[in-house]
Design a protein around this ligand. Structure first.
Ligand SMILES: *[C@@H]1O[C@H](CO)[C@@H](O)[C@H](O)[C@H]1NC(C)=O
Ligand SMILES: *[C@@H]1O[C@H](CO)[C@@H](O)[C@H](O)[C@H]1NC(C)=O
Ligand SMILES: *[C@@H]1O[C@H](CO)[C@@H](O)[C@H](O)[C@H]1NC(C)=O
Ligand SMILES: *[C@@H]1O[C@H](CO)[C@@H](O)[C@H](O)[C@H]1NC(C)=O
Ligand SMILES: *[C@@H]1O[C@H](CO)[C@@H](O)[C@H](O)[C@H]1NC(C)=O
Length: 834
């Protein structure tokens, strides 16, 4: 999700900033007036409006939205759209039919106008909840009875836990806090998260917001997040009162597809992962993407988010895909709605309708941009462009009213599913949630647990860590990041509590000292180095914090280099050299860092990556350093060397092209050297794996039609040197019958318990051009106890997990030996025509 480029986007952001400065004194007066006005009105409200006095008192102090709602008396009996006994589509159609064209157009913005004659208040569609409720969108504010919300680790850190139930628990907690904030007028019910673009390039400023570079991992995350955020588990939750009178629509498999606790949004559709590089910006970038890469890299997370997650919102991105701006792409939006069965509303990224004309230059005039996106299937525009340009587009015959009706139908349907037209939300199913449900001890513990599970131990020479906290020794803490509590990454709200990393470490040792070494993260000066070196020399143990924060990588900010900023590396090396003992290096930030100097330096015994660990990150780190927790996180992205930055960021190709010196991207295709690989992560325990059971042969005959075996003749010059046989997956008849189970065990031969990630990879038959080097096909996180084995199993569907995308984006299943690997052991499964 972006920020508004200004409502007249062609003018630069500077003009917008100036405007805001100019307005400041007036705004303050205006808010003062508004406050006095609401305060006096609320206390005079007649009781039939349903405000209890306590509620009015609480919300009167909130500077945003009035706690107003549609279908309140006397409207609730006047309109069919308020009638909860009718099916959702009937109610939505009825509401559309009551509106004038002008009213309809006024609803095509995130800041949707109210329709007073129908008792409908304005609605702000834009709220954010990436890793906790955040005020990046105007729908959320912390100026009210709820001053803070639980700030979980940034998504890249959560992903490193490889723990599905963790992701689900976190999203459920966010949903509860979201409803609580909605109930006091501090949030909407439509949240624009998760960000599930593939972390394709290590420089991307928003890679931190994603679950990493692997499509299978990202898909798994999307499913858990969306299901839980939308309330998949509310029926199990005892905190939530059993509401009545809310109708349900059951899908074929009996689950409720209709009701939503809050709405989640799969974004940014699609092939978006560049903020700015040279002359390219996300607003004007045209991502040239092959069908092959779309099929096996860029699209899978969106497909899963929609098909299995059942997301109720999809956001189209700023960039064009193969020449067509994503929001204007009939083809892309049709795939989502028709092929994947998307049910919900499609929003543009902020001002991404304006950019179709103003940055992408895709249309000749604004009206054409509006017409194109509506025709493609966009339902709402974040920004004011559609509100301003749709009327003239209709007058010019470019937009038909029925296209607007379709958009409104989709929008109202989601609002209805959220219960927004069921009368007083505080009397509904989630109405009892309030300030006491935010920042609860359970949620804070979960934030700690998430950080504990996500922190990755990258290096640990001679088992230097953990330190023994019972030995009274002195600890020096070095580095500017140690003294900030701002380690949430992008889209962070106001945390329940915030302690610096230094303050948390202080709880564990009696003698501790601190020196920043660098003045800030950019570390341009060495003036504070001497002090840091002196501090380190006097201590027995030294923890140095280095890395990046959101001043280096963020929305609209990609990095140019993968090295530590400024003189940080020099600080780390100098401190390491001066210290009595080898030191511990702790890295912050979401993007990969080239820290090869540290990996190679024997004076740096241990390296930990904490990413953006959220509000409880300091405690989790201290627990790991002092051995109260055993690290089990694994990197969800490749750490490339600095030399990778010669690759143009704009090159979307995943596969390497040796003839053009293009190294490929992510662990699946990258052919160059790496600092740390995808899935890297050490433990304090030693673990060993075993395949307990897995087939060695899968026969395909039962699934084949005649003639479905295909061969590719591979030639070099005139010489034919091999033939690869494969089956197009869409010609196979019963893939489900081919599924097999792989049972594995893990033995912990260390002294500590640990929670450990098991990752199952596959490698297809050698030589099939364009197939990934290796591909994650399953993962699980297990508790392991010393000298005991823990077991798990993976279900593998060869058509899905062992197939590859061909150059036309069609899935094919190669015949021959597929190698399954688990740590350093392999198991061969041969796929044959029996
Ligand atoms: C939302 O729209 C209304 C008019 O419908 C306007 O008065 C208000 O200022 C807008 N709010 C924002 C945050 O743009
Ligand atoms: C909260 O109030 C403060 C002070 O009045 C103001 O500066 C700030 O912008 C407000 N924040 C939001 C999110 O409304
Ligand atoms: C809610 O209450 C109704 C009626 O009392 C009952 O039939 C239903 O099973 C309850 N649902 C849940 C999830 O407890
Ligand atoms: C689009 O047009 C504007 C002027 O209207 C121009 O400044 C800009 O460079 C053009 N962008 C592209 C991508 O052609
Ligand atoms: C996965 O996360 C859940 C939720 O925090 C936790 O209860 C569970 O212990 C974790 N599993 C492992 C193996 O760490």
């Amino acid at each position: 999700m972006g920020f508004l480029i200004s409502s007249h986007s062609r003018h630069s952001q500077d003009s917008q900033i100036q405007c805001e400065e100019m307005w400041r004194p007036w705004t303050l007066l205006f808010f003062l007036f508004l406050f006095l006005f609401f305060w006096s009105t609320l206390s005079l409200l007649p009781p039939f409006l349903g405000f209890d006095p306590l509620f009015s008192k609480l919300t009167a102090h909130s500077s945003n939205q009035l706690p107003d709602f549609p279908c309140k008396p006397p409207y609730q009996n006047s309109f069919p759209f308020c009638d909860t006994s009718l099916p959702t589509p009937t109610r939505a159609h009825s509401l559309v039919s009551l509106l004038t064209l002008r009213e309809k157009i006024s609803l095509l913005s995130n800041n949707a106008s109210g329709i007073p004659r129908l008792g409908i208040p304005p609605y702000e569609w834009w709220s954010e909840s990436l890793h906790g409720i955040a005020p990046n969108g105007p729908g959320v504010s912390f100026n009210g009875t709820i001053p803070s919300a639980t700030s979980f680790p940034q998504i890249i850190v959560q992903a490193a836990s490889f723990n599905r139930s963790l992701w689900s628990s976190v999203a459920s907690a966010i949903a509860v806090e979201a409803r609580a904030m909605f109930n006091v007028g501090q949030a909407g019910l439509t949240f624009w998260a998760p960000n599930i673009n593939i972390f394709r390039d290590p420089r991307w400023g928003r890679g931190q917001e994603t679950p990493g570079e692997d499509p299978m991992l990202t898909s798994a995350f999307a499913i858990e997040y969306v299901r839980a955020l939308q309330g998949g588990s509310w029926e199990r939750s005892e905190e939530i009162r059993n509401g009545s009178g809310v109708q349900r629509v059951m899908s074929e498999n009996g689950e409720s597809r209709d009701k939503l606790m809050v709405s989640a949004c799969c974004k940014h559709y699609t092939a978006y992962d560049l903020e700015s590089w040279h002359n390219f910006a996300r607003y004007n970038f045209n991502a040239v993407v092959s069908q092959q890469d779309l099929e096996d890299t860029y699209q899978p997370p969106f497909r899963s988010c929609i098909q299995q997650g059942k997301a109720s919102c999809l956001m189209c991105s700023y960039n064009a895909v193969n020449g067509v701006p994503a929001c204007a792409s009939e083809e892309l939006l049709r795939i989502a709605r028709k092929d994947w069965g998307f049910q919900g509303y499609i929003t543009s990224d902020c001002d991404a309708v304006a950019t179709v004309y103003e940055y992408q230059n895709y249309t000749k005039c604004p009206e054409d941009a509006v017409a194109d996106v509506l025709k493609a299937g966009v339902d709402i525009n974040c920004g004011t462009y559609m509100v301003r340009k749709t009327e003239s587009a209709v007058k010019q015959g470019k937009v038909k009213e029925k296209e607007i009706d379709r958009a409104l139908f989709n929008l109202f349907s989601v609002q209805l599913r959220l219960g927004l037209f069921d009368g007083d939300p505080r009397r509904g199913q989630f109405g009892n949630l309030g300030p006491l449900d935010v920042c609860t001890p359970e949620h804070k513990t979960l934030a700690l647990e998430a950080a504990r599970q996500g922190i990755v131990l990258l290096k640990n020479d001679k088992k230097f860590l953990p330190l023994n906290k019972n030995v009274a020794e002195t600890l020096a803490v070095i580095g500017p990041m140690a003294s900030t509590s701002k380690l949430g990454g992008t889209y962070t709200g106001t945390p329940c509590s915030s302690k610096t990393l230094y303050e948390e470490l202080k709880q564990y040792v009696t003698k501790i000292s601190y020196a920043p070494g660098c003045i800030d993260v950019s570390c341009l000066s060495e003036v504070a180095f001497d002090d840091a070196i002196r501090t380190a020399k006097e201590a027995d143990y030294v923890v140095i914090f280095a890395g990046i924060d959101t001043t280096q990588e963020a929305e609209d900010l990609d990095r140019a280099s993968l090295l530590l900023p400024g003189k940080q590396a020099s600080l780390v090396s100098s401190v390491a050299t001066a210290s009595k003992c080898p030191v511990i290096l702790v890295l912050t930030g979401g993007g990969p860092l080239d820290v090869s100097f540290a990996e190679a330096n024997p004076q740096i015994a241990s390296i930990l990556w904490v990413g953006y660990p959220g509000e409880a990150g300091g405690k989790a780190l201290a627990e790991i350093i002092f051995g109260e927790a055993n690290p089990g996180g694994r990197l969800p992205m490749t750490w490339y060397p600095e030399s990778f930055t010669r690759v143009p960021m704009t090159d979307m190709r995943m596969r390497a092209d040796p003839t053009r010196d293009y190294p490929g991207r992510t662990y699946r295709f990258y052919t160059g050297s790496r600092i740390y690989g995808f899935g890297h992560g050490l433990s304090y325990s030693t673990l060993s794996y075993k395949f307990l059971s897995a087939p060695s042969k899968i026969g395909l005959s039962r699934t084949l039609k005649d003639g479905s075996v295909k061969g590719i003749l591979k030639q070099e010059g005139k010489q034919v040197y091999s033939v690869d046989y494969y089956i197009p997956v869409d010609e196979m008849q019963n893939c489900i019958s081919l599924r097999f189970s792989v049972q594995v065990s893990v033995v912990n031969s260390g002294k500590l318990d640990g929670s450990h990630v098991v990752m199952l990879f596959s490698r297809g038959p050698e030589g099939l051009e364009g197939s990934p080097e290796i591909q994650l096909i399953g993962f699980d996180r297990l508790h392991t106890v010393p000298y005991r084995s823990a077991e798990t199993s993976f279900l593998v569907n060869p058509c899905e997990q062992l197939s590859v995308a061909d150059e036309y984006g069609k899935r094919i299943l190669p015949l021959g030996n597929h190698i399954l690997s688990l740590g350093d052991i392999d198991h061969i499964v041969s796929i044959e025509i029996d």
